[in-house]
Write a protein of this length. Structure first.
Length: 607
């Protein structure tokens, strides 16, 4: 039996089927609600929530998605608190713009709120309008171009930067960095100013920490349910520094402070002989803080550097620090022996492209774009005119497992097309050879070639094929593209295009599968969070599973996982990533279980 369960459906409906007090923790990355909402919207929201009814916000959120219209309301979190064991913790990622609403929704559901954790990263970028340019545009004034840079590819959501700083993967759009001079007086006065809801570079996301109230005394609650505390020792920050901190003498025998006139217990830990039988034990690492960072150069550089000169005199080191409220005036000053960036005090969860895409090498992503060929300008990279198909390559027949953006078609319909059959026994794109579908399609070039054959069968006006880098098609090219004119009626309907655009210009590209979810979190981060709040062998629930990062982390940490998501397209991506991690963990456990060969006591003897 697999240690994970993936469920497709509405999280409220699906959680209602789970028993009460059945999961040990909840770790999730829900919609942030990054839509436009003003004071009237907030008043309407709070009025609905206080009345115990859902609030429906009608504006689209992140990237125009309706699912991100607003933060999940108390009705979602009431189901979460019902299935969570007493004392259990819930960690919820949120936006710095809407964390207040997310917190209120969870509190109204009955959760207790703890101080949040801060996830600090260096990959964010601002989305702000240049005030100077806005004034010039308003006046219709042309700005003088001072300099231009090399064209760079526009990023798609979730992309990473390569070594040259270019965003990868791209979706065909280009941006030319340009420096211009202000023209109007207003523009000159406000040059360098910006405005917008994300005018500052985003570098932090709060991870809200909630707890279901425990039953009775905490010790009784933990005995009964196994929940209520956090796993400090398993989440300590690794370090080689000496963490003595002055609380104990290294030899365990502290003496009274010079000049301290107090006697006996009043001297606290500085009482003579107090630590004589309690020698300092170096902990496994630093006590975990509520700051976690990604270890990027940009983030580490933002932390101050500490250094040790070794030049302090013995009298300076022995001096009493005056005015410390927690130990009055008896706290001796200490010079530590460690140095470096203060980032070392906090847990580092590195993000990588290989992490987000591990387990997805059995997929090829095919992107199909369309344009009206009757107009003069052909513009690619418009998301509203794109379909992204995820194609499994591990079977003899290419199989579409997920469809994004194709307004009037499903994975089943695309598979019908690929198989050469339909309800009438004919392929929507014409008859295809059955034997042609039984080849080995394991590379992007082969998958795209197969799609081209289907699409162009008897419906092509003209076609041009080339690799992504230009030139003739290559059998094993990592990325492969083609453009064509077609009058295929099924394709136009599947993509949501009108016959008015015929002949329709298509652009196809294929590449090795990469996670298309826009908010993938590093597995190291999710593993750390799950480990912090989940008892060994416990069950973790994620009602907003997405691409499965929480589930992948659970496989690594030995937890059971329940993931729910309403978007069917993400399920195969999540399952592939989770299954890949489970296979790695299983293989490592089997290898560790192999007994070491017994040493031959006579080996090496000379006869």
């Amino acid at each position: 039996m697999k240690p994970y369960t993936i469920i497709h459906g509405d999280c409220i409906s699906e959680m209602s089927k789970l028993p009460a007090n059945s999961v040990d923790s909840i770790v999730c990355d829900p919609p942030y609600g990054l839509s436009e909402h003003g004071t009237p919207d907030i008043i309407a929201c709070m009025t609905a929530w206080m009345a115990g009814v859902p609030y429906l916000h009608k504006k689209a959120g992140f990237m125009g998605n309706t699912w991100d219209s607003f933060v999940p309301g108390p009705e979602v979190w009431r189901e979460c608190i019902r299935v969570l064991k007493p004392g259990g913790y819930m960690l919820v990622f949120a936006s710095t713009r809407t964390d207040d609403l997310m917190s209120m929704a969870c509190r109204l559901a009955g959760f207790r709120k703890h101080p949040f954790l801060a996830w600090i990263f260096g990959s964010g970028f601002p989305k702000a309008a240049n005030l100077g340019k806005a004034f010039d545009k308003e006046a219709g004034a042309k700005r003088e171009v001072i300099s231009t840079g090399a064209a760079v590819k526009r990023m798609i959501p979730g992309a990473d930067q390569n070594d040259t700083g270019s965003w990868i993967p791209d979706n065909g759009r280009e941006y030319v960095p340009t420096v211009t001079a202000p023209t109007t007086n207003d523009a000159k006065q406000w040059d360098g100013w910006a405005y917008g809801l994300q005018a500052l570079k985003p570098a932090m996301e709060p991870i809200l920490m909630f707890q279901k109230p425990h039953v009775g005394r905490m010790t009784d609650n933990v005995r009964k349910f196994g929940t209520g505390a956090i796993n400090i020792d398993a989440c300590r920050v690794p370090t080689d520094d000496n963490l003595n901190g002055g609380a104990y003498a290294e030899d365990g025998g502290r003496t009274s402070l010079d000049g301290d006139e107090r006697v006996g217990a009043a001297q606290g830990m500085f009482q003579a002989g107090k630590t004589a039988v309690a020698a300092f034990v170096q902990p496994e690492g630093r006590w975990p803080a509520n700051i976690i960072h990604d270890g990027s150069d940009e983030v580490v550089a933002a932390f101050p550097e500490s250094s040790v000169t070794g030049k302090r005199t013995p009298d300076s080191k022995a001096a009493i620090v005056r005015g410390t409220t927690w130990l009055a005036d008896n706290h001796q000053s200490t010079e530590y022996a460690d140095s470096g960036s203060a980032a070392r005090f906090f847990y580092c969860a590195k993000a990588s492209k290989s992490d987000r895409n591990s387990g997805l090498d059995g997929f090829v992503e095919v992107v199909i774009e369309w344009n009206d060929s009757t107009t003069g300008e052909i513009k690619w990279g418009v998301e509203a005119r794109q379909a992204r198909l995820w194609v499994a390559t591990e079977q003899s027949v290419p199989r579409v497992t997920a469809v994004f953006g194709a307004k009037n078609s499903s994975a089943t319909e695309w598979n019908t097309m690929l198989s050469g059959k339909s309800t009438t026994g004919q392929s929507p794109l014409g008859s295809m050879s059955t034997t042609a579908t039984r080849k080995s399609y394991t590379t992007p070039s082969k998958i795209l070639s197969f799609f081209q054959n289907c699409i162009t069968n008897g419906n092509t006006v003209g076609a041009n094929y080339e690799t992504a880098s230009g030139g003739s098609p290559v059998e094993n090219a990592g990325s492969y593209s083609a453009s064509m004119l077609t009058t295929n009626e099924w394709m136009a309907s599947a993509l949501g295009a009108s016959r008015a655009v015929w002949p329709m210009r298509l652009k196809l590209s294929a590449s090795v599968g990469q996670s298309s979810h826009p908010t993938v979190k590093p597995t190291d981060l999710m593993a750390y969070l799950c480990r912090l709040v989940t008892p060994p062998g416990g069950v973790v629930l994620d009602p907003f599973m997405g691409s499965g990062s929480t589930g992948k982390a659970c496989m690594r940490e030995g937890f059971e996982f329940i993931g729910i998501d309403m978007t069917a397209e993400y399920l195969p991506i999540a399952q592939a990533r989770i299954e890949h991690e489970l296979a790695k963990v299983t293989a490592a456990a089997e290898l560790a279980a192999i007994p070491a060969p017994q040493l031959d006591m006579f080996a090496g003897e000379v006869a």
